[in-house]
Design a protein around this ligand. Sequence first.
Ligand SMILES: [Zn+2]
Length: 431
Amino acid sequence: MAGEAEEEEEELTIGEIRAGLAFVAGEWRRDVAVAWRGGAIVSVGKRAGRGALDFRGAVLLPGLVNAHTHLELTALAGRLPRAAFPDWAKGLVAARAAWEPREVEASARDGVRLSVEAGTAAVGDFAALGSDDALRQSGLRGVSWRESLGIAPERAADAARCARRFLRPPSALWTPGLAPHAPYSASPDLYVLLHRLARARRLPFATHLAELREEVLFLRDGGGPFARMLRALERDPGSWRPPGLRPVPYLAALGVLRGATVAHANYLDGDDVAALRRARATVVWCPRTHDFFGHPPHPVRRLLAAGVPVALGTDSLASTPTLSVRDEIRHATGKGLSLAAALRMATEGGARALGLRRSGRIAPGWAADFTVVVGRGPADALDGPVAALYVAGRPVKASHCARIPACVGVRTSLAALAHPGRATHASIRAR
Ligand SMILES: [Zn+2]
């Protein structure tokens, strides 16, 4: 039947890029040709076919991953002044309380647009207000983690039911995930219910953890600024009692740390790093947001030395000036990390944080996600304009350097992208 035959047809993407410099499997290589088919890389070598897109004036990176952000807060760019976290959070709650659903959606779409402009191929988004359409329809890879709140254990079942309703079927590029907000705002019952649901549906599970000094105090004895904040927000903690544990051992004891993606992990002590490694958790470091709140130096080196995977995230525009992962990489290198180490975090580390398999590396069999930046040396990877962005072998963005005279070859390639039928980069129909 014609209808069924059409459904069996799949779009097969093929293409080839020739780049002057590329970050291949964690190292820099000159004059690299990368070919892909059906969304996966099939070869990485020196020789390019005649029709390859000519990016010899550009640096080819694996698609950058922003492993932690809140796209729906994009409209708060520059609106919340630097303050202690509890005061900043009160401002955030007040600002978004008045939003209509269409404003939330518009804010999230703005966040997606800025992500594409910044050359981001994959996004890990915390959606508290249910705004997953923007990322789901973006053509980027992504996880929309449904952020759930509720410190009162009595409300956990309702919150978990609400989160379950949010779970739309995954697509080739996008999946929903589950995320209790943080140990100071979600009850142990809610953590356990959502973790169980995530494992049953094989969905990514994430949370904010060990982000704040106030969180450590609140879990220890129920005191500190968060106790006052709950009273000010008139949130009834119900039968919640402080566990008397630090954040990491608390979640480990609940059994919800296994395979989790953990945003921040700023305040680690004692056995915490080893516990994260045992749980095969992935940490997302948000370097500029970290400094916005004035936390002590992040334990990124201890985590990496212990073999805990670390990814990079921007967090939202309410606490960082841009949604550019390259700006986070630059900030990380300013703290003494090598460019290669920071790039690995922003690619392979990010892919792991999002639960993506064979993604975040330029190697045969891995996803054809690329961020292409105008330039000739490794430093240009951070400073050059983004020339093109590919996700699963398809161009999501192809612009910018058309007007840059030094960009020889790239211009021709961009022209080819605009008319894919004339280039080897083609979308062909195949049975
Ligand atoms: Zn966050």
